[in-house]
Write a protein that binds this ligand. Structure first.
Ligand SMILES: Nc1ncnc2c1ncn2[C@@H]1O[C@H](COP(=O)(O)OP(=O)(O)OP(=O)(O)O)[C@@H](O)[C@H]1O
Length: 364
């Protein structure tokens, strides 16, 4: 998949910008600090995920003193051209595919498939379980329509179940119906999450051992409230056991909305043992593994966005990283200018200078 062209209006520090990108190449976005390199990456990420990776509020993406932003792009996917447009104003997003309005976000997410690495990803190991669940959900949403609809349904049923529990008199038939639907949804969600994580870790280990010299063994364990064998019976028993407590405190205490992922290195939790460089290598390996999974499932690579990837990596790891980037993948890398041209010798690469919200291709 390639993004062929991008138009921005009032997005962050871009009042009006247009740029053409080369397919299956590395695009180096070079510029001094605070010029708009990450903002550009953010606009491509937004096309893919309909949310920013830096802020939950769409209004902070609008250029100061303006009342809307627009992102427009031409995408090439499976030899087909796609035209996408997002206009965000008054806290609402208006989505268009070839100028036809799209009402459901889930019909838009995934048309552009972008995988991002940014320095804040290292917080994945530190932050709350919600962030780790969101990580796995966002990736599965992009590759499985069934996962998306089941997760949406589960969240609806969970809300319903909680509202039933809050009533003065709890209707036992309604409660059982909701619980049963949640059980069926969770069987699908749990199986997909666990198998996705296994696949992701198998590939992550291969990348990690390639671009680090050390011999650490990295992995991840999915942590849920029941054992994974005979899921249906285990789930039913768990909900039966929790019913009294749920009724007493008027909310659902168990479910996949509380699960977590334990990332580990040599069997010890990453947040306890890993150095910054090791965490960075682990996350990067995971992102490359993700690209590989997407390639296997969709027969084309996603767009890879690498924001400030080289700080804190030693030269050996930087070179290794570039050498394992697939040549058939479109990649955007932001830098203040610390990329050695020799690292890029096996790739098609070009440089776009980013200066105060203006883009200009430069010869290197
Ligand atoms: N809504 C907005 N309106 C106007 N300017 C904005 C808005 N949001 C961010 N900016 C400006 O964008 C600039 C930051 O851009 P960006 O985060 O892309 O920097 P960068 O080029 O990646 O820099 P660094 O190398 O330091 O990471 C800052 O000058 C900031 O003030």
């Amino acid at each position: 998949m390639n993004i062929c062209s991008l138009k921005l209006r009032n997005f962050r520090n871009y009042d009006m910008a247009e740029c053409v990108f080369r397919p299956n190449s590395i695009c180096i976005l070079e510029g001094k600090n605070a010029q708009g390199k990450t903002n550009l990456i953010e606009s491509i990420y937004y096309l893919s995920h309909l949310r920013s990776f830096r802020t939950p509020s769409s209004s902070s993406l609008i250029l100061e003193n303006q009342d809307f932003f627009m992102i427009q792009a031409q995408i090439e996917s499976h030899q087909r051209k796609e035209e996408l447009k997002i206009v965000s104003m008054d806290h609402e997003k208006h989505l268009y595919h070839f100028n036809d309005p799209i009402r459901r976000y889930s019909d838009f997410i995934g048309i552009v498939n972008a995988v991002l690495f940014c320095p804040d990803d290292l917080m994945l190991f530190q932050q709350s379980p919600k962030i780790r669940r969101r990580f796995i959900d966002m990736e599965l949403i992009k590759i499985s329509k069934r996962y998306t609809s089941t997760l949406n349904h589960y969240q609806k049923m969970l809300k319903e179940r909680n509202s039933i529990l809050k009533r003065e008199k709890v209707d036992p038939v309604l409660l059982e119906t909701m619980t049963e639907q949640m059980i069926q949804d969770q069987i699908i969600i749990l199986k997909q999450r666990v198998s996705f994580l296994e696949d992701l870790m198998e590939k992550t280990r291969a990348f990690y051992s390639y671009f680090t010299k050390e011999k650490e063994e990295v992995g991840a364990r999915y942590q849920t409230f029941i054992s994974m064998d005979d899921l249906e019976t285990n789930l039913r028993n768990a909900y039966k056991k929790s019913e009294m407590r749920d009724k007493l405190y008027k909310k659902t205490h168990i479910g996949i909305h509380k699960d977590d992922i334990d990332f580990h290195m040599n069997g010890i939790s990453v947040k306890e043992v890993a150095s910054q460089g090791q965490k960075r290598s682990f996350v990067l390996s995971m992102k490359l593994a993700l690209c590989q999974i997407i390639y296997e499932k969709q027969k084309e690579y996603p767009i890879l966005l690498l924001d400030d990837v080289f700080s804190e990596l030693d030269d050996h790891r930087c070179q290794k990283l570039i050498s394992i980037l697939p040549q058939k993948m479109q990649i955007f890398i932001t830098t203040t200018g610390n990329i050695e041209p020799s690292w890029l010798k096996d790739h098609k690469a070009y440089t776009i200078q980013v200066e105060n919200g203006h883009l200009r291709e430069v010869k290197k």
